[in-house]
Design a binder for this molecule. Sequence first.
Ligand code: C3B
Length: 831
Amino acid sequence: NDKTSGSRTIAATHPLALAPVASPPATVDGFVREFLLNLNMERGVALSSATETDTYMALAATVRDYLVARWLEDQRRQREDQRKAVCYLSAEYLLGRQLDNNLLASGLTEIATEALAACGIDIDTMRAHEVEPGLGNGGLGRLAACFVDSLATLSVPSIGYGIRYEYGIFRQVFRGGEQIEKPDAWLALGSPWEFRHPESAQTVSFAGHTETYDDDGVIRSRWVPAWSVRAVPYNYMVPGYQNGRVNTLRLWSAEATKAFDLRTFNSGDYVEAVRAQTFAENISKVLYPEDSTPQGKELRLQQQYFFVAASIADYMTKVLPEDFDLEDLPERVIFQLNDTHPVIAVPEMMRVLVDERKLDWDAAWAITQKCFAYTCHTLLPEALEVWSVDLLGRLLPRHLEIIYRINDEFLLRVRERFGDDEQRLRDMSIVSEQRAVRMAYLATVAGSKVNGVAELHSQLLRERVLHQFDEMMPEKFTNVTNGVTPRRFMRLANPDLSELITAALGTGWLTDLERLRELESYAEDPDFRAAFASVKAANKRRLNDVLMKRDGFEIADDHLLDVMVKRLHEYKRQTLKLLHIVTLYERVVSGRVAASDLQPRTFIFGAKAAPGYAMAKRVIHLINAVGSVVNNDPRLEGRLKVVFPPNYNVTLAERVIPAADLSEQISLAGKEASGTGNMKFALNGALTIGTDDGANVEIRELVGDDNFFLFGMSEPEVEELWAAGYRPGEFAQADDELRRALDLIGSGAFSDGDRSTFEPVVSNLMYDDRFMVLADYTSYIAAQERVDAAYADRDAWTRSAILNVARTGFFSSDRSIRDYIDRIWHTQPAR
Ligand code: C3B
């Protein structure tokens, strides 16, 4: 380019500019040097005076330095090759700690360990120093994190787009057994993993009005917004597992624009100007802590639009080449909508194509329909997001117009196909009679594909939730069963098991998880079983150490470890687990069973409740209350123990799951879309006690009935009982032990004699019981007795546990991503 200055030409041909950076040598010496350089140059301290934060930051920067060259190279190649890419749009990424994962991915774990030791630093203290980015609520956010790991490991050109919440999921503490929420200031010390790019900021606008204008004889619409904010991207490296690939996760942070101060707060008042700043920054301030029950809050819609508008603008103006022919967009990109949270991207894309790029409506719609696909993660009607027309019209007036037009044209097609069936038209309308926009319908109409997250879930989506859409466009519907990354949830979380597997199978299984099948024959080998059992025992001791240090809880070696960790939600039925514990307790204190006849068990709970979900919070209180009674009653002789460490998160999951014997997956059939914890437990050799729900169905099919404790009604049985009229009281009448357990809770036995504290929980079960806890109780208790009997033969149990590991390789998120590629995206791996 002859316009560049002389010095710029020199710089552009400089070896460092051509091959951006060379990674430091992957040796202990090389690592030490880079680490000390970072400590000196980035932190401005000497090793002798460095704090733990300094050394952690310098270590992270060092790991980054090894990854950057590959990252830049992958971006360059993608610009050159222009392969079809995936833009994964997700309001949540529950990443977990980064250091260990990035060391593993870059193959530097041993080198870093030695290098730090040479500097007198124990790498474990560095691991423990990291605050995990909790930018998600639960399963949906963790799935997104597993998916970006697999996308990188499979070298799929892709960008993950999301929000850089300043405060992630709240930190949970217990006071008097009740949940208190504390802000999660994960950025207090800064994050060493992010690259801020203010120069690549996008402007995102809101509110105002729309108008039409004459554009050289064509009448067009345009949006005249009232205010806008700046979306500043922060890039995170997402390294593939030891394949040299590094993808990008781009999270947006909201900042005030200058125009914002001027237009809305133009009093010239200093205090007002600062207020403007705060107002803008609020958008990415905090993650909404509702999981599966959206509240329809305006700020949440602002967040959703904020990140998808910034992402689409980023893709269209920074990632796509300037002269790109938009007709070809579907060959270049697919935007995957992770649930309904990013669905406002559909009208945004239409607005960009029609209003800004001046395509005609039909062409724009044809493109949009091919560029989006939608993943649904729920069946609960209350979890399907709707936005009131009033709110949408106020905040995004142009988008509302576009949604109306999409709906009008869609309903015309429905009419063409099914005639003037007014009921059907009302049922299928994207805009409901309550004047609310049904985002799942919008996504279904707009998307090229709609997928559920487990076989049963996808089937129920087609038969129930989106039945009429399935009738009209069956080709859109498909399934992709969820998966989890074996890098984090096996290799990092369970290093001893990983080593045992590698010793048996050799390397390679971590990226080809079906190879775990080869372990089947090892299940018959007594030596292997003994080794497997001792790994499990060691994991229990490791968990004991963590919990002792963290919360002062002890885990006895000889106890069956029975674990239920997941968000607190009535449909997941933590109360059913509680009724089991209370039943065991009641048997002993009433003298019907001798304590010495109990199989010693430790029950571990981990669960956060949405702060506004009163019943869920009460159940948390009850778990703690039952725990403090059970744990302190000498009549039990220490044979039952309830442990509820606060603030369950990814970091704790990585310790709990490998130690578990029994995995509790006990949702009411037809309510849990998939579950992913269930997969993590099975892959780490826990046996599942579960209903025929979500991915439990597929787990059971794979591991076999002998290695799974099935109980409860099937989904059709649930439907049948509802239809017949469900009266929970009848089930309490029919089962003496159930009644005793409910009475004991109601009597105040766990609340110092106060009957009112847990009365709402008991009467909810007795008179409402939406999730049919009482109906499944008897069957659950019977299944737990089968568990005790099975655990009595420890060697046979271990054999089953090994078979669980051997047969669940299907649940790698690599397989999920391959399914997305085959069934939905049709992308090719990068060069
Ligand atoms: C969850 C579902 O509840 C789980 O069954 C499922 O395994 C995961 O998504 C991942 O697909 N989910 C969630 O965490 N948050 C929502 N808003 C909806 C579903």
